[in-house]
Write a protein that binds this ligand. Structure first.
Ligand SMILES: *Cc1c(COP(=O)(O)O)cnc(C)c1O
Length: 480
């Protein structure tokens, strides 16, 4: 409910509006070193560069790069930098997209359309997806009619199990996906082995380097042992890397690289079958802003390779401190061995990580409570950035205190009837209206209660389809 007219008859002065915007955004996640999710903080100077470039490029429309030559110039420069960074050869081409999800959607669309053209006998295409791969591949499969065939991961390393990938290949496999690294645990899949399988069976191979593609090459330069994952690996046909994560651009920009131009043709969409202007779109959007792309261009050049390497060094060192510290704790453990600053912290024994997340939150830290799935236990996730690195000692002190009595902590078990009811409600068989259900869970006016652990414990008990249905109900409530 708004306490004022959402569309005023008389226009309001700028001062009023900006004061109101400050107020509206005051509860948002801040890049202040205390948020271990969402925000990628390279400091105020980089933010200022991004802000100015964003404003400078705000007027453009990437719909038509002949009408807006800056669209072409900015994209070609940013893509060229990305190709060089990921060691692509002269055949590699790329596209700037609106984010990781769009890069992934387009990689899957490319695979589908490539298969339609070159392997027309396939009527029900499949992609092989390790259970640790990002949710956006499931979304892409759903959108584009490509069946997701899940593959296992090693429960100790959390890396894709190559033998399982090999076992699940069929004549309808059009795409194999590997992560470099996976979001949850920060581990790099065995990309060379997976790409070799793809090549042998005539499938495409996408490397999801959305979160790691910008970071890992710098870690290699710093002497860190980085598994092979980039375009030098034979059989890799596309790779995605988000600039709005560790390249520190504002949200709205990622790059999708394709091994050769012919593959990118399958990514494009053209239409002349209507009475308006003919279109050819390189991405899913039509009209599209150049603001984030322009900001990425500026931040890339402002930081330069040296600037990024230094930020990566600090983040990697802090990551090592967190991992070493947690390894020594008797209450907590790190899941897998992260290859970069993405850390999954699970409880040992019967400790409750959702309680841990609440306690950290009460001390001003933002971590991501994450539900169990497949081989992955319930955990709290930390995405480390340079801002977090500066506060790592504080974090570790609080982590130790918050975890101290976790093993003996008596978390209230979600009542089995409630779990059952939620499963039923979520699958459309329940009698309770959404608002009432949210109320029962302590969610009012789109806000989660301060103590979220009971909700998380409950959702953690639900099967994934029920979690999905519940989330859809929840977001529907937020926007009603
Ligand atoms: C963030 C991420 C994505 C999706 O990116 P968005 O920019 O959030 O759409 C895909 N894969 C991985 C590994 C990611 O970390």
């Amino acid at each position: 409910m708004t306490d004022h007219d959402p569309f005023p008859t008389r226009g309001e002065p700028a001062d009023t509006l900006f004061a109101r915007l400050t107020e509206l955004t005051s509860d948002d996640v801040r890049a202040d070193g205390r948020a271990f999710a969402f925000a990628y903080d390279a400091g105020p100077e980089v933010e200022e560069i991004a802000r100015r470039a964003f404003a400078a490029c705000m007027g453009g429309n990437g719909l038509d790069p002949t009408a807006y030559p800056s669209a072409r110039r900015l994209e070609n420069e940013v893509v060229a930098a990305t190709i060089a960074h990921l060691r692509g050869d002269g055949d590699v081409v790329g596209t700037a997209t609106a984010g990781g999800t769009e890069s992934v959607l387009l990689a899957v669309k490319t695979a589908r359309d490539h298969a339609r053209r070159t392997r027309p006998e396939i009527t029900a295409p499949q992609m092989l997806l390790p259970e640790t791969a990002h949710a956006s591949f499931h979304k892409a499969g759903w959108y584009f009619g490509v069946e997701v065939v899940p593959t296992a991961v090693d429960p100790d390393t959390m890396r894709a199990d190559v033998a399982d990938v090999a076992a699940k290949i069929t004549p309808s496999t059009i795409l194999i996906v590997g992560s470099a690294p996976s979001y949850a645990h920060g581990v790099v899949d065995p990309i060379p082995e997976m790409a070799a399988l793809a090549q042998r069976h005539g499938a495409l191979m996408h490397v999801d380097a959305c979160i790691g593609g910008w970071v890992l090459p710098f870690q290699r330069e710093l002497g860190v042992d980085v598994p092979d994952f980039d375009l030098t690996v034979p059989g890799v046909t596309s790779l995605s890397v988000d600039l709005h994560k560790y390249a520190f651009a504002p949200k709205g920009v990622s790059v999708l690289l394709q091994r050769r131009r012919e593959l990118r043709d399958d990514q494009y969409y053209a239409c002349a079958s209507w009475s308006g202007y003919t279109i050819v779109n390189s991405t899913t959007l039509g009209s599209k802003s150049l603001a984030a792309l322009g900001a990425a261009w500026a931040v890339l050049r402002h930081l330069g390779r040296d600037g990024y390497r230094e930020l990566v060094r600090r983040t990697w060192e802090a990551t090592g401190e967190v991992v070493r510290c947690v390894d020594e704790m008797r209450e907590l453990r790190v899941v897998g061995r992260p290859a970069m600053g993405l850390i999954a912290i699970a409880a040992r024994g019967d400790g409750d990580v959702f309680e841990l997340a609440d306690r950290l939150s009460a001390r001003g830290w933002l971590v991501q409570p994450t539900y169990r799935f497949g081989a992955s236990p319930a955990h709290v996730h930390l995405t480390m950035d340079p801002g977090n690195a500066a506060r790592v000692d504080e974090l570790l002190a609080d982590l130790a205190e918050c975890a101290r009595d976790l093993p003996g902590y008596e978390a209230s078990e979600p009542a089995p009837e409630l779990v059952q009811m939620l499963e039923a409600v979520a699958t459309g068989q329940g009698p309770i209206p959404p608002a009432q259900l949210m109320g029962q869970m302590g969610i009012a006016d789109g806000r989660l209660p301060g103590a979220q652990a009971p909700i998380h414990r409950l959702v953690n008990e639900l099967a994934p389809p029920a979690r999905e249905a519940l989330l859809s109900l929840f977001i529907g409530e937020l926007f009603s």
